[in-house]
Design a protein around this ligand. Structure first.
Ligand code: PLP
Length: 392
């Protein structure tokens, strides 16, 4: 059976060119970039070249790029680092109810230490209201942290507009761009952000390596102390192969953005959404209809449960997700779907299909073809439907 991967928001395959670029740094070019000898210098050059490519992708200065062990670490660094460095100024942080757990749990951790956190609501599409941001800012606010796009429902937030409000208030602004980097154009100056998190494995780079973009003169405390690497902002011997891979992924993403690859993904996504919603009843699209990540289709099917859809799709060779990978396995309805106003019984019936650069039109047709039968079978077995019909 052919296997079809539609879970790119969870992770992407590494581009073959990324693997090729990384390989010598496991075998021939294994120096420690902090060593003075030629092996060390060779590794240092590779790290700095990658830093330049990543900076270029987001229109930053290479000196503002700090390598981390992924998006989760970058989020933790930005939030806890700003909070602890600016305690004298204030103790208030603003975020939203639909953030990734890397952000939400960092904020909850700080609440236990006495920080105050405002969790902004979102509308039915998952959008944050600018007026809510304005109203939430006080003279104690030190940080606003908002995701660029949501990993579950794909909605892209009005970051530039929020950035202006936050800047006018003289507050630090962090965005979690783990889902957007490499998929939509990013200019940190145009967006007005002080910090940005990204992760290699979401745009065809390696797992376990990411970046915190930190605008010059942003006051932050180190979370990891040691040998003073990364200009003493994040210690630890650099993951040279991973960083080289991330740099290559950034270079390829830049090329794809210029060539319009993501526009092709948008077309496939829209065909998939239309095909499913035309053919199946009692289904709703979650997230903003147009202002959404190129590859994201998130739908709720009434009367059935997400996990059973995933298992049925998997048996037909299709890999998808319900909610985010980090929360699947838990029986709680997605916090994102609850925040956009869905009742828990509907939120439980969510399916996230996230497309990538290698998905084909035939694969889209295949899913549109098999899904109605799967839904029909599951609905026939569903106890929810019987209960709800009984209530009518
Ligand atoms: N933030 C968002 C929006 C994500 O989607 C993810 C991963 O799914 C992360 C942060 C965490 O990134 P990483 O897997 O690199 O730790």
């Amino acid at each position: 059976m052919k296997r079809i991967y539609m879970d790119h928001a969870a992770t992407t395959s590494m581009d073959v060119e990324v693997v090729k670029a990384m390989e010598p740094y496991f075998t021939l070019k294994y120096g420690n970039p902090n060593s003075i000898h030629s092996f060390g210098q060779e590794a240092r050059e590779a790290v700095e070249e990658a830093r330049g490519k990543i900076a270029y992708l987001i229109c930053a200065n290479p000196a503002e790029i700090i390598f981390t062990a992924g998006g989760t670490e970058a989020d933790n660094y930005a939030i806890k680092g700003i909070a602890w460095a600016n305690q004298k100024k204030g103790n208030h942080i603003i975020t939203s109810k639909i953030e990734h757990h890397a952000v939400l749990h960092s904020c909850q951790f700080l609440e236990k230490q006495g920080f105050k956190v405002t969790y902004l609501p979102v509308d039915k599409y998952g959008l944050i209201d600018l007026e809510d941001v304005k109203k939430a800012i006080t003279d104690k606010t030190i940080l606003v942290t908002i995701m660029h796009a949501n990993n579950e429902i794909g909605t892209i937030e009005p970051i530039k507009e929020i950035g202006k409000v936050v800047k006018d208030a003289g507050v630090y602004f962090h965005i979690d761009s783990v889902q957007t980097t490499g998929h939509i154009p990013i200019d940190v100056n145009d967006l007005g952000v002080d910090m940005l998190s990204m992760s290699g494995h979401k745009f065809y780079g390696p797992n376990g390596v990411g970046v915190l973009y930190l605008r010059k003169e942003t006051k932050i405390i180190n979370l990891i102390d040691g040998g003073a690497q990364e200009k003493n902002r994040r210690s630890g011997t650099e993951n040279v192969a991973g960083i080289v891979g991330l740099g290559k992924a950034a270079e390829l993403a830049e090329k794809r953005l210029a060539e319009g690859t993501e526009d092709r993904v948008v077309k496939l996504r829209d065909k998939l959404i239309k095909g499913i919603t035309d053919k199946i009843e009692n289904v709703r699209l979650n997230g903003h209809p147009t202002n959404r990540l190129p590859g994201n289709a998130n739908l709720c099917f009434e009367f059935i449960e997400g996990e059973s859809m995933l298992l049925s799709l998997d048996m037909e060779g299709v890999a998808a997700s319900s909610g985010s990978a980090c929360t699947s396995g838990s029986l709680k309805a997605s916090h994102v779907l609850l925040a956009i106003g869905l009742p828990p019984e509907i939120a439980h019936g969510s399916l996230r299909l996230t497309l990538g650069k290698d998905n084909t039109e035939e694969e889209i047709d295949y899913v549109i073809d098999i899904l109605p039968g799967i839904i029909e079978k599951l609905r026939a077995l569903s106890p929810f439907k019987r209960n709800w019909e009984g209530l009518k």
